[in-house]
Design a protein around this ligand. Structure first.
Ligand code: PGA
Length: 254
């Protein structure tokens, strides 16, 4: 049984006082009998102070990106080792904004995943098609490329979660239907089976991301291959994010 995994991707939002209040609110509001895994991914500069705020709570701390080198003359970059050092356990790699706003490519993302895993971080690896690609019937072809050019025998999936985030659903209020999400997730799981084996495909968690909110969370996460959510906008408000976590718990029957 794959445990549901709900992670907030705060993107470039919140200052320290707002971030602290949000995490305190989550800590207060989280069920004592949490049956899902929960994490938040604040901007880099908030990680060190927030690691003290999440301490002792079930909230995992993650980053939104990292570089693949451990240290050196890479102005403006942050290494996986630095993330570990400030108490991060997880890092998002290949978010669509990294791919499409900052031009990150599959070969670069592969190096980042390998470096993050080697440093002892867990990875959330994002894939997903753009609107024109979906309309041209290329959804599976795009996912195929993003999976096959990055994953494979040289990357263990034991500490990797995949996030399916259709770019047309991110920040647009246009959520994929439960069926659209399920179809893409089932395809990803079949490709993981080809790249690895059936046990790995059954064990790997695949989150859905793209305009997830408290109203649609349960329906999305009730799909058999949807193992959680990567949440942007709705992770910035305590009650919205708690509502999504409740939806995840309801989807597991808790
Ligand atoms: P959204 O973002 O929930 O605001 O659509 C999701 C994401 O980009 O991870």
């Amino acid at each position: 049984m794959r445990r549901k995994y709900v992670v907030g991707n705060w993107k470039m939002n919140l200052v320290l006082s707002e971030a602290t209040a949000l995490v305190e609110g989550l800590k207060d509001g989280l069920s004592k009998d949490l049956t899902v895994d929960v994490g938040v991914c604040p901007p880099f500069v908030l990680l060190a102070p927030l690691s003290k705020v999440v301490a002792g709570s079930p909230i995992e701390l993650g980053a939104q990106n990292c570089y693949f080198e451990p240290k050196g003359a890479f102005t403006g970059e942050i290494s996986p080792q630095m993330l570990k050092d400030v108490g991060c356990s997880t890092v998002i790699i290949g978010h669509s904004e990294r791919r499409h706003v900052f031009g990150e490519t599959n070969p670069l993302l592969k190096k980042k995943i390998q470096a993050a895993l080697a440093a002892g971080l867990k990875v959330i690896y994002c894939v997903g098609e753009k609107l024109d690609e979906r309309e041209a019937g290329r959804t599976e072809a795009v996912l195929h490329e993003q999976l096959h050019e990055v994953l494979g025998a040289d990357i263990s999936l034991a500490q990797v979660t995949i996030a399916y985030e259709p770019v047309w659903a991110i920040g647009t209020g246009k959520t994929a239907t439960g069926q659209q999400a399920q179809d893409a997730h089932a395809y990803i799981r079949r490709e993981i089976e080809k790249l690895y084996n059936s046990q790995t495909a059954q064990e790997v968690r695949i989150q859905y991301g793209g305009s997830v909110n408290a109203a649609n969370a349960q329906e999305l996460m009730s799909q058999p291959d949807v193992d959680g959510a990567l949440v942007g906008g709705a992770s910035l408000k305590v009650n919205d994010f708690l509502g999504i976590i409740k939806g995840a718990m309801a989807a597991t029957g808790a």
